[in-house]
Design a binder for this molecule. Structure first.
Ligand code: FES
Length: 576
């Protein structure tokens, strides 16, 4: 039955509902010959406020052509758009709102299948969360990364270089004029940020999971191959509807294992840990943080991409992109997973040949000569993070990965902003900067403030990295020895709330430890005197968010949107 006739609108008489719907569908220009055709929704996150999506109109037209060519009816509809740098206080506060919008609009409208068109950081996970819950045939199409920027012979990447050059400016090494020239070259084309930041990472893991056509994550936004991918996506969604292949059949536990392996191999964003847990949670699949660490230890690091490496997405695409990484790791992958091609991962890889030129091996290393023996994200635990925290060791200073230092504590983002450059702040390079009340509930929305600025007085002395710890996130484009997502967060009484300036904190990444030199009795005494210190919203979305958001280790989804667990590491012990 076509979506037109699958009556959902209730008037107390199902046949009348179909009659009425046909009358109104005729107003859209459709007629009897169309009423049996599959209706394909094109869930479009285009918005003029979202600069990463400026090139969506021709992409969407190409998807429509593909749908029409294969006998479907494409109907575009808008959902919330989250442009990362133009959404306050942080786009993450609205990811679940966008996911709800996506889920409900897919479910409420007469659709047989849906193409999800997104790209900026939070749109991709939101669309996958919504599609997972609605569970009708779906394919993702991301907008693709920007082309490389360039300044004075040096490749520029947004927003790794936004941060790098801003820090150098604060240190007095880059002038106002240079900064302005760099600013003009940082975002040179359509597309999302072009390093392996959160947007690129989410596109990569979505492709690895089988929800996007092979090769689609890396092709730059202005490259005409993206239009061809869009048209092919339109053709393929009609095939998926005919085959009744749903997201829940594609995004299985094994598919998430593949996604985590590729995340680790490309040194992807720590934000992907939160998003993958949230997407899986919509399908009743548990992804404990320990699984990320375990897979990271047995996954070689292959992609030499900023901020953890040298190259950018344009180069990654030339070297073969996700299929090349998957080909190198083929024996580690779950090859029986079905994908939106209607073929398995193994079948897709069997017909794929990665570009042969040796220069591409610098960008995506061959399996025999990896950049490192293990992956890009590590999970820490200890009395400071009982439910876990994450770090990107490959984007950190190696000497700081084992470090004990005196805590310098900031009670909120505002407190940190007010005091970090205070000449009277007692801080030395060996200290550990701590930011708290910046988690999902406390901030709220867990902003990307985790790469705390190095205090100016240390910058001018030449210090460029320090151990930094927080219950918030950092941009996937950021770098440094930065511990993130400490759970539980301070606002709900996690141990981070109890530490004081002067306590000694130990970071031991090789042994996966994050601890404070306080015993249980000391922590208990401080807990007895502790009071929450964050603003509670009294109305609207933020109130709903603060009342229902889960902690980072559970993906920051809402408690009432996760499905009860049906698949987990415990039920699939041999699958890693
Ligand atoms: Fe959209 Fe960076 S601002 S991906």
């Amino acid at each position: 039955m076509s979506g037109w006739e699958d009556s959902k609108t209730s008037y107390g008489d199902p046949e009348f509902s179909v009659f009425l719907r046909r009358a109104f569908a005729r107003h859209l220009g459709f007629d009897d010959a169309d009423f049996h055709k599959p209706v394909i929704g094109i869930c479009n996150t285009y918005s003029e406020v979202n600069r990463c999506h400026t090139h969506f109109p021709p992409l969407v037209e190409a998807v429509k052509r593909g749908v029409l060519m294969t006998g479907g009816i494409p109907l575009e509809f808008p959902t919330i758009s989250l442009g990362e740098v133009f959404t306050s206080p942080t786009a993450m506060l609205y990811r679940n709102l966008a996911a709800l919008d996506t889920e409900e609009m897919i479910r409420a409208q007469p659709l047989d299948g849906v193409v999800l068109v997104g790209g900026c950081d939070k749109t991709t996970p939101a669309q996958l969360m919504g599609a997972a819950s609605a569970d009708i045939p779906a394919i993702l199409l991301t907008g693709g990364p920007m082309l490389n920027g360039e300044y004075e012979g040096r490749t520029l990447g947004a927003c790794t270089d936004c941060r790098f050059y801003w820090q150098e400016h604060r240190a007095g090494r880059v002038s106002e004029q240079e900064l302005e020239e760099i600013n003009q070259a940082l975002a040179p084309s359509a597309g999302h940020c072009m390093v392996m930041g959160s947007a690129s990472t989410m596109a990569v893991v979505a492709e690895a999971m089988g929800m996007m056509l092979p090769g689609a994550a890396a092709v730059p936004a202005p490259d005409n191959r993206r239009l061809r991918l869009a048209e092919e996506t339109g053709r393929q969604i009609v095939a998926l509807v005919q085959a009744e292949l749903r997201p829940s059949q594609i995004m299985t536990y094994d598919a998430f294992v593949n996604a985590i392996r590729i995340l680790q191999a490309v040194g992807g964003s720590t934000n992907a840990v939160i998003h993958l847990v949230a997407i899986a949670g919509r399908l009743g699949i548990d992804l404990p943080l320990s699984l990320f660490d375990e897979l990271g230890r047995s996954t070689p690091f292959l992609a030499n991409l900023r901020p953890a490496g040298r190259f950018q997405m344009e180069d990654f695409a030339k070297a073969g992109g996700v299929p090349a990484v998957m080909k190198e790791l083929e024996d580690l992958l779950q090859r029986d997973c079905i994908t939106v091609t209607q073929h398995t991962v193994g079948e897709n890889l069997a017909v794929y040949h990665r570009p042969r030129h040796e220069k591409y091996h610098e960008i995506i290393a061959v399996r025999e000569e990896p950049l490192a023996e293990n992956g890009g994200i590590a999970v820490l635990r200890g009395n400071l993070a009982p439910n876990g925290a994450v770090i990107k060791p490959k984007a950190a200073t190696p000497q700081l990965l084992t470090h004990t230092g005196r805590a310098v504590v900031f009670d909120s983002v505002e407190d940190m902003e007010a005091r970090i450059d205070d000449p009277d702040l007692k801080v030395v390079a060996e200290d550990v900067l701590v930011l708290r009340n910046a988690g999902p509930v406390g901030a709220p929305g867990m902003p990307e403030a985790g790469m705390l600025p190095i205090p100016k007085k240390l910058l001018v002395q030449g210090v460029r990295d320090m151990v930094r710890i927080s219950d918030c996130r950092m941009s996937g484009t950021a770098f440094g020895t930065v511990v993130l997502h400490v759970a539980p967060e301070a606002a709900v009484g996690g141990p981070l709330a109890l530490i004081e300036t002067g306590d000694f904190i130990t970071l031991d990444v090789p042994n996966r430890i994050l601890s404070v030199a306080l015993d249980d009795a000391q922590l208990a005494r401080r807990r007895a005197a502790w009071q929450p210190r964050f603003d509670k919203a009294t109305r609207g979305w933020t109130r709903l968010y603060q009342e229902h958001v889960l902690q980072a280790d559970l993906g920051c989804d809402f408690d009432f949107l996760r499905r009860v667990s049906v698949q987990s590491a415990e039920t699939q012990p041999n699958k890693t």
